[in-house]
Write a protein that binds this ligand. Structure first.
Ligand SMILES: Nc1nc2c(ncn2[C@@H]2O[C@H](COP(=O)(O)OP(=O)(O)OP(=O)(O)O)[C@@H](O)[C@H]2O)c(=O)[nH]1
Ligand SMILES: [Mg+2]
Length: 291
C-alpha cells in the first residue's frame, strides 16, 4: 500500500527550515543563507522513504510582520500549515525564541513535531534545558534533536514522518524532487547569490525573473535573468564598482546551475529598476513559484 502526504516545515526566520528540507530530499531544492527571510514562498521538496512519498513544504519564517510584504510571507506559512497532513516546527537552539514557539504550539490543535535544530552549536546541558521547556508545551507530539546542516538525527525524523503519512497513491513521479518550474528555480539560485554577496536591505528589495531559457544542440543552455530592484541607487549597488559585484553574482550562480543541471550554462544577468514592483505584483510574481 502506498502512502503520501504533505508536511509543512514551520519556524522562525533563519531556524534552518530550508536546510532541513534539502537534507530530507537529499538534494538542494530550496535556497539557504545566513540572513533572515530568505525563503519567500512555499517551496516543495519531495522525498521517498520505503512506500511513503513525503511532500515537504518549506515555508517563509513566522514572525511579527508589519509590512504588507512580510504579512504576505507569513500568511504563506500559515496557509501551507492548514493544508498539510503533518507539521514540523523547527527551532534554532542558539536563538530558540521559546515564547513564539509556545504560542504556535498552543494554536496548533493538530499536534506539532518539534525539531530542535543546530544542536552542533550548543552544549548538551543547555540543549536538555530547552528540550525540557518544549516538552511542557501543548500539542507537541514528538521532539527530535537534529543538526540539519550535518544531517545528524535527520534519518530518524524521515522514518517517523514516513510512518505517519496517510495511505494513498503517490502524487508525484518517483524521480521528481520539487514542484518548482526550472525557470523559477534558476531565478532562486541567483537570488541566493544576491543574499550571500550583498548586505543590508538590498536582498530584501530585489526580485529575480528568468526572462528566457534557450537550449542548444550541444547540450548547453542560455538563461537570461532580470534582477529587479526597487530604487535607482540599488542598481549601482548590485552592479558594484565597474560591474564587479554583478559579475561575481553571475559567476557563482552559473557554477551552481551547472553543477545541478550537469551541463554548460550561459547566464546573462541584467538589472532593471521598477520602483513599485513590490506593491504592484508581489503576490503574483513571487508566489507564482510552483504553488
Ligand atoms: N551550524 C548549523 N547551522 C545551520 C543548521 N541548520 C541551518 N543552519 C544555518 O542557518 C542559516 C539559515 O538556514 P536556512 O535553512 O536558510 O534557514 P530558514 O529557516 O530556511 O530561513 P528563512 O528562509 O530565512 O526563514 C544558514 O546559514 C544555514 O547554513 C545546523 O543544523 N547547524
Ligand atoms: Mg528558508
Amino acid at each position: 500500500m502506498e502512502k503520501c502526504g504533505f508536511i509543512a516545515i514551520l519556524g522562525a526566520p533563519n531556524a534552518g527550515k530550508s536546510t532541513l528540507v534539502n537534507q530530507l530530499v537529499g538534494q538542494k531544492v530550496s535556497i539557504v543563507s545566513p540572513k533572515v527571510q530568505t525563503t519567500r514562498s512555499r517551496i516543495m521538496g519531495i522525498a521517498i522513504h520505503e512506500n511513503a512519498q513525503l511532500v515537504l513544504v518549506d515555508t517563509p519564517g513566522i514572525f511579527e510582520a508589519k509590512k504588507k510584504l512580510d504579512k504576505a510571507m507569513v500568511k504563506e506559512a500559515f496557509d501551507a500549515s492548514a493544508e498539510s497532513d503533518a507539521h514540523v516546527l523547527v527551532i534554532d537552539v542558539t536563538h530558540p525564541k521559546l515564547p513564539l514557539a509556545q504560542k504556535l504550539c498552543e494554536q496548533h490543535k493538530k499536534g506539532l513535531i518539534i525539531c530542535l535544530n543546530k544542536i552542533d552549536l550548543i552544549e548538551k546541558d543547555q540543549l536538555l534545558k530547552i528540550a525540557t521547556t518544549v516538552h511542557g508545551f501543548e500539542n507537541v507530539s514528538h521532539i527530535f534533536m537534529i543538526s540539519a546542516l550535518l544531517a545528524d538525527g535527520v534519518s530518524d525524523l524521515t522514518k517517523h514522518l514516513a510512518s505517519i503519512m496517510p495511505n494513498g497513491p503517490w502524487l508525484y513521479p518517483e524521480d521528481q524532487i520539487t514542484n518548482i518550474p526550472m525557470r523559477s528555480w534558476a531565478a532562486e539560485v541567483t537570488r541566493e547569490q544576491i543574499f550571500l554577496q550583498l548586505h543590508q536591505e538590498i536582498p530584501y528589495n530585489i526580485f529575480v525573473e528568468s526572462e528566457s531559457w534557450e537550449e542548444y544542440d550541444n547540450g548547453s543552455v542560455k538563461i537570461s535573468q532580470a534582477i529587479v530592484v526597487a530604487r535607482d541607487n540599488h542598481k549601482g549597488i548590485v552592479l558594484g564598482k565597474g560591474g564587479q559585484t554583478l559579475k561575481k553574482i553571475g559567476q557563482e550562480a552559473r557554477l551552481e546551475l551547472e553543477n545541478q543541471l550537469e551541463r554548460r550554462v550561459h547566464l546573462k544577468l541584467f538589472v532593471k529598476v521598477e520602483e513599485d514592483w513590490q506593491e504592484r505584483s508581489w503576490a503574483l510574481r513571487a508566489f507564482g513559484i510552483g504553488v
